[in-house]
Design a protein around this ligand. Structure first.
Ligand SMILES: [Cu+2]
Length: 189
């Protein structure tokens, strides 16, 4: 009696799981697709004063990876209190995020006043644009956005605010991988 009850109980459990009877058949449905989890990525914008670094503003890390179709909660913490207003003012708008917003110190925003932009995190190929506002002097500002990863591949990002060196602010870190540009690698799984 005890063993029969055990067998019935196991069959019931398998039926609940949708596994009963599928072992030797070829017509079973494919296993349920695993939904990609939300993963966390964090980048810090240093200006060269915080720790021992050259005096160029720098995203750290500038290179990271995430699985395709995953949702990345991207947190960008900036130490930079210097403004670098954009030449194309439409670039002060948030685009390419889930919900069309970014959270600036917890508050949902769809744009940053252009005069208050310090950097951007921009992936031209996917239309992602996150304007990063200036931080209060001696403090940080935190921007959080949810981003759906595209198909597997290599995606260049860059800051499009003229925060670099040279007469136009477009030289030095702006054209140096690892500073104001880098690469996101989207992996197949
Ligand atoms: Cu920048």
């Amino acid at each position: 009696m005890t063993s029969r009850h055990t067998i019935v109980g196991l069959a019931g459990a398998l039926a609940v799981l949708g596994l009963a009877g599928c072992g030797a058949q070829t017509s079973c449905p494919p296993p349920t697709k695993v939904v990609a989890a939300t993963i966390q990525r964090k980048m810090v914008i240093y200006t060269g004063k915080e720790i021992h670094r050259p005096g160029w503003p720098k995203y750290d890390p500038a290179f990271w990876s995430a699985p395709q179709n995953s949702t990345v909660t991207l947190t960008i913490v900036s130490h930079d209190s210097g403004a670098a207003p954009l030449m194309m003012t439409q670039d002060d708008k948030v685009s390419g995020t889930i919900g069309g917003v970014e959270r600036i110190d917890g508050k949902a925003q769809s744009a940053v006043d252009n005069q208050n932009v310090a950097h951007t995190f921009t992936i031209p190929a996917t239309g992602l644009n996150l304007p990063i506002p200036v931080a209060p002097a001696g403090q940080t500002v935190t921007v959080v956005a949810q981003v759906r990863m595209p198909a597997a591949g290599s995606y260049s990002w860059q800051c499009i605010a003229p925060c670099g060196t040279g007469p136009m602010g477009m030289a030095g870190p702006m054209v140096t991988p690892g500073y104001m540009q880098g690469t996101i690698t989207v992996t197949p799984h």
